[in-house]
Design a protein around this ligand. Structure first.
Ligand SMILES: Cc1cc2nc3c(=O)[nH]c(=O)nc-3n(C[C@H](O)[C@H](O)[C@H](O)COP(=O)(O)OP(=O)(O)OC[C@H]3O[C@@H](n4cnc5c(N)ncnc54)[C@H](O)[C@@H]3O)c2cc1C
Length: 372
């Protein structure tokens, strides 16, 4: 390997979580390099559904998504870009008695955890969103929820990195990490990059990174699907969610409808494979039409899949690797787009030696059950 400069921190993986951690570290005075094998924010961070929701996470994560939501809403202040936050609320639908029971229980749980939402009658829900079908048996509504286009956010974050003077190496894979003296040496596409600290932010590809440092992290992977329809006259104001399937739909300013989540595709991040499952795609379209009949007969024009890491407890994972003071990981498992700006700031605080405003979700809880 040839060698290059020494940094206060090297970030392996240039998704939203890696980039935002880098931004915060640079603001704290560190010299930072982000090493990304593809393009910045083109993994999960660039292809996600953009839903900013307090409803889709475990109660313990609610305070973090609330803070993340506030940061996205104020993006004009810290990213100097208006991200077109559509904040018209999310209506979450239950179609069976069993789903309704679950939704009602979750509604109580989420309110207690600080995610305000209310159960509304179907009649009121249809008053709010006239395009809704007559099928739901129960609807909950969270006025704070909304969405922003993920690609806009990714571009704004990339720009912020460059303005902050952060060194970004795109198209460069990290192929190994070794402890070395005080710090680490990363094999960045054959070039040795030395850094005092390392942050592993590989998203669904985090497992091999953690293995380089001697740990096994039992993360799973969700293969989320996004379907984009042809353009339609504007008819859908709110974002619609389906309680049991994790499916969302929303209409973009250009008239296309984005149908995200639901039944999955298949893929294996370590082998680099990803494939659509046709019957699942058809199932998602059918479910979307069941929610909003105006989608009947409308053509899907684009479909893509995105890989998202999943933790066994559905909670984020960010903090130091045990026994290695200067190696950190950050992964969000669920709603990472929503809470990304906040949790990256918390991790950066710890790295900078500051007291974080809220506790981290310590990776040690998972590593303890892995095969080290
Ligand atoms: C289809 C889809 C829909 C989603 N919808 C929502 C939603 O509506 N709301 C929400 O809050 N969240 C959503 N999420 C989750 C959210 O997108 C993720 O939690 C978040 O973007 C994770 O960011 P990340 O930086 O950890 O991962 P990523 O954005 O995947 O970034 C990881 C980066 O690491 C890079 N990398 C990996 N290995 C290496 C290596 N060896 N060397 C160099 N670089 C490497 C990858 O190329 C990638 O760019 C969705 C996810 C998907 C996939």
């Amino acid at each position: 390997m040839t060698g290059s400069g020494r940094y206060d921190a090297a970030i392996a993986g240039g998704g939203l979580l890696g980039c935002l951690t880098a931004l915060k570290l640079a603001e704290g005075g560190m010299r930072v390099v982000v090493i990304e094998r593809g393009g910045l924010c083109r993994g999960a961070s660039g292809v996600n559904a953009g839903t900013i929701s307090l409803q889709f996470v475990e109660p313990e994560a609610v305070p973090y998504v609330r803070k993340g939501r506030e940061l996205w809403q104020a993006a004009g202040d810290w990213l100097d870009r208006d991200l077109e936050f559509v904040s018209k609320g999310v209506l979450t639908l239950a179609f069976t008695e069993a789903e309704a029971e679950l939704l009602a229980a979750k509604s109580v749980e989420k309110n207690a955890a600080g995610a305000p939402n209310e159960i509304v009658t179907l009649e009121n829900a249809r008053r709010m969103e006239p395009s809704l079908s007559e099928h739901p048996v129960l609807v909950s509504y969270c006025a704070l929820d909304g969405w922003i286009p993920a690609n806009l956010a990714g571009r704004a974050v990339g720009r912020a990195l460059r303005l902050a003077g952060i060194e970004v190496r795109e198209g460069v894979p990290v192929e190994g990490i070794e402890p070395s003296g005080i710090g680490y040496v990363l094999d960045a596409g054959g070039e040795a990059v030395a850094a005092r600290r390392v942050v592993l932010a590989g998203g669904a590809w985090l497992i091999p990174m953690v293995r380089w440092l001697g740990f096994d992290l039992p993360l799973g992977c969700a293969v989320n699907q996004i379907i984009v329809t042809e353009r339609m006259a504007h008819f859908l104001g709110s974002t619609i969610g389906v309680a049991r399937r994790g499916l969302t739909l929303k209409q973009a300013p250009n008239g296309t409808v984005l149908i995200g989540g639901g039944w999955q595709g298949e893929g294996d991040p370590e082998r680099g494979t990803v494939a659509l499952i046709a019957r699942n795609m058809r199932g998602n379209i059918k479910l979307a039409r069941h929610c909003v009949p105006a989608l009947d007969g409308v053509r899907a024009v684009r479909i893509w899949l995105g890989l998202q890491d999943k933790s066994p407890d559905d909670l984020p994972v960010f903090g130091p690797l045990p026994g290695r003071d200067d190696a950190f990981i950050i992964a969000c498992a669920h709603s990472g787009f929503t809470m990304g700006p906040y949790v990256a700031g918390l991790l950066a605080d710890v790295i900078l030696g500051r007291e974080p405003e809220m506790p981290l979700f310590d990776p040690a809880r998972l590593l303890a059950v892995g095969d080290k």
